[in-house]
Write a protein that binds this ligand. Structure first.
Ligand code: AMP
Length: 282
């Protein structure tokens, strides 16, 4: 695996690879890699000739300073995992290399009303920071295929909109959520959970599954309310649990066959999100 820290070095390397007509796959991350990230690399490996991963903890997408400061950064372990996972290129730039002195953010305001719901409401400015950095990275890496996890479902809708508008030649890949044995969605922030919290956190997936099991016209609403009541009890602080349209993210007023349940809670010092696509089971 080749490691780049400078944008100009990466730019010239990418030009050389483009000249060879290689299909470039790109997996942007913030590091502290786990099996979820590595599953994205694996899918990219199957579809592309050259797999590029970035590790960059993007300051403009954090809206809580302490979250940015304490974000885990186990770089040497990440490098080992990526090499073992057959990643070809790691781009790990400094903040200065990406932003220089200009921290102006792009605006996602006109991306559609979904931008202001759920994570958009809970984390003001977050998606502006995401599109700012992803745009810079796409321009640099010039990928043919990009790979994002369904774990951050709303982010996937944001990136799909960015691609439609600015990068129509990039193919977007939505990758499944990797979970711990107890159902908890893997996340870099899970290292902050105590052993007890880790076990409790499995209640998120259990309650999403309860909604899926009752995904029928006259049962879903009761299941949603039951799940909300469950997750409103301590030690969870429920931010949202909604069943939404898969594209607009508007909360459903009436049953429709395809939807998505999305949840965010605070558990101790850790914020957790998860989701489950809902379609009728036979
Ligand atoms: P992050 O490092 O948290 O910014 O995540 C980088 C990429 O990995 C994003 O596309 C995430 O959606 C994806 N990702 C994070 N956790 C998981 C998971 N448990 N399963 C699959 N993909 C994930």
């Amino acid at each position: 695996m080749i490691l780049f820290q400078s944008t100009s070095d990466l730019r010239s390397y990418i030009s050389e690879q483009k000249a060879k007509n290689l299909r470039i796959g790109f997996v942007p991350t913030m590091g502290a890699l786990h099996a979820g990230h590595l599953s994205l690399i694996k899918i990219a490996r199957q579809k592309c000739d050259l797999v590029v991963c970035s590790i960059f903890v993007n300051p403009t997408q954090f809206n809580v300073a302490s979250d940015l400061e304490t974000y885990p950064r186990p770089l040497s372990n990440d490098i080992r995992l990526l090499s073992e996972g057959f990643c070809d290129v790691l781009f790990n730039p400094s903040v200065d290399e990406v932003y220089g002195n200009d921290f102006t953010k792009d605006s996602s305001d006109d991306y559609g009303s979904f931008i202001h719901l759920l994570e958009g409401a809970s984390r003001p400015g977050h998606f502006d920071g995401v599109i700012t950095v992803v745009k810079k990275l796409f321009l640099l890496v010039q990928p043919d295929e990009v790979f994002f996890g369904q774990k951050d479902y709303q982010q996937c809708l944001v990136i799909q909109t960015l691609i439609e508008r600015n990068f129509p030649f990039i193919n977007f890949n939505l990758c499944p959520i990797a979970r711990e044995n107890n159902g908890l969605a893997m996340s870099s922030r899970n290292v902050r959970l105590s052993k007890e919290e880790f076990e409790l956190a499995s209640d998120l997936f259990k309650n999403l599954t309860h909604i899926l099991t009752n995904w029928k016209e006259n049962a879903w609403l009761d299941a949603l309310l039951e799940a909300r009541t469950f997750l409103s009890k301590k030690p969870f602080e429920l931010e949202y649990l909604e069943v939404c349209d898969q594209f607009t993210l508007e909360p459903l007023k009436a049953f429709k066959p395809n939807a998505i349940a999305l949840v965010a809670v605070q558990l101790g010092k850790t914020r957790l999100i998860d989701n489950l696509l809902l379609k009728p089971t036979l």
